[in-house]
Design a protein around this ligand. Structure first.
Ligand code: ZN
Length: 273
C-alpha cells in the first residue's frame, strides 16, 4: 500500500473567532499553523486566506502571496490553493481563479453545485470549464472535490472530453449539511465510480472526521484533517491547533503499520513531479 498523504486544511473561509478562538485568520497565523502541520507530518496544506476586515474568506491574490511565498521558502510542502472563494457568497469566476497565478502544485476543483446548509455553493458548468482550462494552462493539478455522485460523473465526462487529465485525484467531502453523509455505505458507493488508476483522499466533516479517516487508512486512500472541516478534537473539546489533528493521524497510522508520505513522496504518488 502507498504511504499515506496527510493534507492539513488550515482555516477554510467561514469559521470565525466566535465559533472557535483557535482558528488561524491572519497570514502569520496561517503560515505558523501550516509550518507546525508540516513538522508534524503533513505533506500538503490546503490554503484559504481571510479578509483582515471581515475575518471571512477572500480570493485576494496579495494575501495568498503573503502566505505562499514564506511557505515555499521555509518548507517543501505541496500547496493546494482554494478556488472556492466563500461558498454561498459565490464570487465572480475570475476572482475565484486568481490564486492559480501563483502556480500551486494543486488547486481545489469543486466539481458541481450543492446546497450547503442555508445557501447554494454554485459551481456552474461555465466555472468548471474555465477552472479546468486555466489549471491545465498553468500546470496546476486539480484536486477534484466530490460532494455527491453527480460530481464524479461530471469529472469523468470532462476527462473524456480531454479537459481533465488522468490520473485523476479525488477529494471526497462527506458529511456537509446536507450532502452525501460521512458513512461507510455512502463513501463506498462513491468510491466505486472512480477510475482504478485514480488517487483519492477523504474529508469527513465534523464528527465524520475520524470514521472517514479510518476508511481511507485501511483502503489505501489519503486523509485530510484540519479546522476547515472539523474544529473539535474530541466530543465537545475544541482543537487548539491544526497540528494536533496531524499528530493523531500520524500516531494511528504508525500503529497500523502504514508509512507517512513526505512531500516528495506525495509528489510521486500524486504524479505531480
Ligand atoms: Zn477549502
Amino acid at each position: 500500500m502507498e504511504k499515506l498523504i496527510i493534507t492539513a486544511a488550515i482555516t477554510g473561509s467561514r469559521i470565525t473567532r466566535e465559533t472557535t478562538p483557535y482558528i488561524p485568520i491572519t497570514p502569520e497565523e496561517i503560515i505558523q499553523s501550516a509550518f507546525e502541520c508540516w513538522e508534524a507530518g503533513a505533506s500538503v496544506v490546503h490554503i484559504h486566506v481571510r479578509d483582515p476586515d471581515t475575518g471571512l474568506g477572500t480570493q485576494d491574490l496579495d494575501l495568498f502571496r503573503q502566505v505562499v511565498e514564506p511557505l515555499r521558502e521555509k518548507t517543501d510542502l505541496i500547496l493546494c490553493l482554494t478556488t472556492s472563494g466563500i461558498p454561498g457568497r459565490n464570487l465572480p469566476i475570475e476572482e475565484r481563479l486568481a490564486p492559480l497565478e501563483l502556480k500551486p502544485e494543486l488547486a481545489s476543483f469543486d466539481a458541481g453545485s450543492i446546497n450547503l446548509g442555508g445557501s447554494v455553493f454554485v459551481n456552474s458548468p461555465e466555472f468548471l470549464e474555465r477552472a479546468a482550462r486555466k489549471m491545465k494552462n498553468m500546470g496546476v493539478k486539480p484536486e477534484l472535490e466530490i460532494f455527491d455522485l453527480g460530481m464524479i460523473i461530471t469529472c469523468l465526462r470532462m476527462r473524456d472530453e480531454g479537459k481533465l487529465d488522468e490520473p485523476l485525484h479525488f477529494q471526497f467531502v462527506l458529511g456537509t449539511p446536507w450532502g452525501a453523509p460521512a458513512s461507510p455505505r455512502s463513501f463506498l458507493h462513491l468510491h466505486e465510480y472512480i477510475p482504478v488508476n485514480s488517487t483519492w483522499s477523504v474529508i469527513g466533516i465534523g464528527k465524520g472526521h475520524l470514521p472517514m479517516s479510518m476508511m481511507a487508512l485501511v483502503m489505501g486512500g489519503h486523509i485530510r484533517v484540519g479546522m476547515e472541516d472539523n474544529i473539535y478534537y474530541s466530543k465537545g473539546v475544541l482543537a487548539k491547533t491544526n497540528a494536533q489533528f496531524v499528530e493523531r493521524i500520524v500516531r494511528i497510522t504508525g500503529e497500523y503499520g502504514r508509512g507517512i508520505a513526505t512531500p516528495d513522496e506525495a509528489r510521486r504518488i500524486l504524479r505531480i513531479t
